[in-house]
Design a protein around this ligand. Structure first.
Ligand SMILES: [Zn+2]
Length: 460
């Protein structure tokens, strides 16, 4: 159990921790816009300085446009022979647009109705600070941390962590850890602390079909040549069969079903398909027949067309037979699918379905692997127990349909199973106007982070 003085400290220092968080939230560390590069750097420096004040050796590693903060506990605050946990979070944020929909300024943190409103409050600065505060409580009361802590705070998560694999590979020796906790997620529902045991991977590509050498008059030439848009529509339609399954050759070959304990857990989650249908505003008939909605969102791979362009898109009619047509297509991958193999299957399907008179081209825009940890992993139990101690409710095991690229990299490159969790709530409006983090989630999150240190240290 967590030493009482640690929880007491966190209860007594709520106001101070809130002010510290506000300082971090005031930096517009928007990673996608170059105008904010100096603000991002200042934000990283501010966090590093705070960590130095607590006894960490904190360094900024220049990386692409926004530095990575690496901060390690020094021998003054942790026994160097104790095991190490790597905590990952990110300090960059999404642009606040549309700004006029915010009730208070996105970079002027404000408390309303028991929540902190600001861009980055929930994703991910609030969680980042909860983890630091959990450490602070140990340092200021017990005098030292129960184990070594290595903070890995990234500044480009919101733009997809480009080239992060290169950084992790190059610094793998420095990043060596016994455990890793990724705090960039949240509760499945209020009152349901959650560990994500799986995330889907992604292949994103652009498929272009080229036909005639230039746009043609659809009256003069229609009927004589193959229309690339017609061909593209037909090809995309053929990518699913009537049961909702993807028809690419061998697409499902490497798919591993979730463990039965996971499937049981999912059934016990507070998830109502009717309410979810209301939330998304349409009937839940997409995806594979015979699979639950949560399976279709979490443990089954998908193929979706994200946009089609070609021909005339302006006002009114223009009788054109387009020279080319393009579709953006995303595929969400699940364990143990590999992006390379799925891409081969995609290309094979395209060549087999390209009609005479059409040339096809596939351009890959991004790819990432899926991620999964076994629910039996000891660290899953230790972190789950820490969340239960702090929040007073059993920790649920769930998955997420999206990706946090670092998770799979930590597992594959650093050979540590990361525990993906967090203190956000589903209605925190992340990436949207009026992003918020409930005060209680922020403060109790620090208790949970402290309990994680305590419990993980007990595993070795
Ligand atoms: Zn995030």
């Amino acid at each position: 159990m967590l030493p009482e003085e640690v929880t007491e400290y966190l209860a007594l220092h709520r106001q101070e921790h809130l002010e510290k968080l506000f300082e971090v939230l005031r930096f517009p560390s928007i990673s996608s816009q170059s105008a904010y590069e100096a603000d991002s750097l200042a934000c990283a420096e501010h966090i590093a300085e705070h960590l130095r004040g607590l006894g960490f050796s904190a360094e900024l590693h220049p990386w692409r446009k926004h530095p990575i903060i690496l901060a390690r506990s020094t021998p003054e605050i942790a026994d160097p022979s104790a095991p190490t946990v790597l905590f990952y979070a990110h300090y960059d944020v999404q642009p606040p647009d549309p700004v006029d929909l915010w009730t208070s300024g996105p970079f002027e943190p404000t408390i309303r109705d028991g929540a902190i409103y600001a861009r980055g409050a929930s994703d991910d600065k609030g969680l980042l600070m909860s983890c630091i505060n959990g450490c602070e409580a140990f340092i200021r009361t017990v005098g030292r941390l129960p184990m070594n802590v290595l903070f890995f705070f990234e500044g480009e998560e919101e733009i997809g962590s480009p080239e992060l694999e290169d950084f992790i590979t190059a610094t793998a020796d420095d990043l060596k850890s016994d455990f890793a906790v990724v705090t960039d997620m949240g509760f499945f529902a209020p009152g349901f602390p959650t560990i994500m045991t799986g995330l889907r991977g992604l292949v994103y590509l652009e498929l272009t079909l080229n036909g005639p050498s230039a746009d043609l008059h659809s009256g003069q030439h229609g009927g004589a040549v193959v229309n690339p848009l017609n061909a593209l529509a037909k090809m995309i339609a053929a990518m699913h069969d009537e049961t909702g399954s993807v028809t690419l050759p061998g697409f499902y070959d490497d798919v591993v079903e979730p463990e039965s304990v996971e499937l049981e857990q999912w059934k016990s989650l507070p998830f109502d398909e009717g309410e979810y249908a209301d939330f998304v505003g349409t009937a839940l008939v997409g995806g594979e027949r015979g699979r639950s909605v949560l399976e279709r969102r979490w443990s089954r791979p998908t193929l979706d067309c994200n946009g089609i362009t070609g021909g005339y898109q302006g006002q009114g009619a223009k009788t054109v037979l387009p020279a080319c047509a393009t579709a953006k297509i995303s595929m969400r991958l699940v364990p143990n699918q590999r992006p390379e193999k799925v891409l081969d299957a995609f290309s094979e399907f395209v060549s087999a379905n390209t009609p005479a008179g059409i040339r096809a081209n596939v351009e890959v825009l991004s790819r990432s692997r899926p991620f999964v940890v076994s629910p039996d992993t000891p660290a899953v139990g230790a972190v789950g127990e820490a969340m239960r101690e702090a929040f007073g409710a059993e920790t649920a095991l769930a998955r997420a349909g999206g990706s946090v690229p670092i998770s799979e990299l930590i597992q594959r490159v650093l050979k540590v199973d990361p525990i993906v969790t967090g203190f956000a709530l589903p209605d925190d409006n992340i990436h949207s106007p009026n992003e918020r983090l409930q005060l209680e989630q922020f403060h109790t999150g620090a208790v949970a982070a402290a309990a994680m240190l305590n419990n993980l240290a007990g595993l070795k």
